[in-house]
Design a protein around this ligand. Structure first.
Ligand SMILES: [Zn+2]
Length: 377
């Protein structure tokens, strides 16, 4: 997420905090210190209020982090890769590298978060009771009762069957398992997600009009966020599903312009890069593809020796992440094109070059498809 800073690593998962998180952290601390405590515990002094508010806000966000960690650790156990967890204004988000391919796995991962929140709630509740029985001061007990309540609310809110909330994922997994159709399951679960989002927005407006501006705006924002997220995750699933079915040979650009290995860099720039406006050319030697050449490769050579340097001498060797077979899916091609640093892949079979698939081709396809079918939900 843009504007985030990494605060550490747990089990190989990067933990990062988004700037927006500080807003909510400050707000929560402020509200606890200046309104919740003075109203409920008027006998406490201001210093105690602020210290306690900070501690409770930190414990609250640790709870959110543990909820996300629980999702992540179960994901890892299911064989998925989790790159990072981001804490942001609306809570936490674990970034799992691939879409889950199996409803049972999805169910386990989705339940892991709320289950953690319930366990945390239980632990905090136990602490509060033990402290109360031991006759501890109220300000030792209050954080625990408060966090026990907050965690149970977190679990309940997340279990609302509105995709992409956890409950929506559980619902999707169940429909997916029963009907065997992931796309249809996602469609149903994300429609409920949009519905829930609009429901929150409606309530937000109502609350704001009734004079409760703060909570009203808060509902409005969360509702808007859920609506957006449910719609875009549905589109993402549809795209992913489609790209898992289309083969590269239906998608690639054929008749690729290649360059002979003996051509000089000066000629390459004039007769190829300026003429065709591509950012990469495959290099051919005696009828065989020997490598590729990109603008970056040329930039590494000093301009004064462009006329005496041949393309063949600076060509990059063809690595595994640069080629796909014509029967590979677009998903595989997309994965490689987005990671290999060249932004495209060569479609090759038995050493012959059949075509090219570029990142731009894929993005254009998504854009055109989005314009044609984007409204259908
Ligand atoms: Zn969750």
């Amino acid at each position: 997420m843009k504007g985030s800073l990494v605060i550490g690593k747990i089990k190989g998962i990067e933990i990062e905090i988004n700037i927006s998180w500080f807003v909510i952290f400050a707000l929560l601390t402020y509200m606890l210190a200046t309104s919740y405590f003075p109203v409920n515990y008027p006998e406490w002094n201001e210093t105690v209020n602020w210290i306690l508010a900070t501690v409770m806000a930190l414990m609250f966000f640790s709870s959110v982090l543990l909820h996300e960690l629980s999702h992540s650790l179960v994901s890892i156990r299911q064989g998925l890769i989790v790159k990072k967890i981001t804490l942001f204004i609306f809570g936490g988000m674990a970034q799992i590298e691939k879409e889950v391919d199996d409803p049972v796995k999805e169910l386990k991962i989705a339940i892991a978060g709320p289950a953690m929140s319930i366990v945390l709630s239980g632990i905090f509740f136990l602490f509060a009771n033990v402290l109360a029985a031991a006759g501890a001061q109220a300000y030792f007990i209050v954080p625990f009762t408060y966090l026990a309540t907050v965690n149970i609310i977190l679990a309940i809110f997340n279990m609302v069957p509105a995709f992409p909330l956890d409950g929506g994922r559980v619902l999707r997994a169940i429909i997916w398992k029963v009907k065997g159709d992931m796309q249809q399951a996602t469609k149903i679960a994300s429609s409920l997600g949009s519905f829930f989002g609009y429901f929150l927005i409606f309530n937000g407006v109502f609350l704001a009009l009734a004079g409760n501006l703060f909570n009203g705006l808060w509902f409005l924002f969360i509702g808007w966020f859920i609506t957006q997220a449910s719609q875009s995750s549905y589109q993402h699933v549809v795209m992913n599903d489609m790209f898992n079915k289309i083969c590269v040979n239906k998608f690639m650009t054929e008749n690729v312009v290649t360059v002979e290995y003996y051509v000089s860099l000066e000629q390459l720039v004039e007769d190829y890069f300026y003429k065709y406006k591509f950012s990469m050319f495959p290099v051919v030697r005696i009828g065989e593809i020997m490598g590729i050449v990109t603008l970056d490769d040329i930039k590494k050579v000093h301009k004064s020796i462009w006329d005496e340097t041949t393309v063949g001498s600076i060509a990059q060797k063809i690595e595994e992440d640069l080629i796909v077979s014509p029967r590979d899916t677009v998903s595989i091609a997309m994965d490689k094109a987005f990671k290999n640093g060249v932004g495209r892949v060569l479609v090759m079979e038995d050493g012959r070059l059949l075509g090219i698939v570029s990142r731009t081709d894929i993005l254009n396809y998504i854009r055109i498809h989005g314009q044609l079918y984007g409204k259908e939900r």
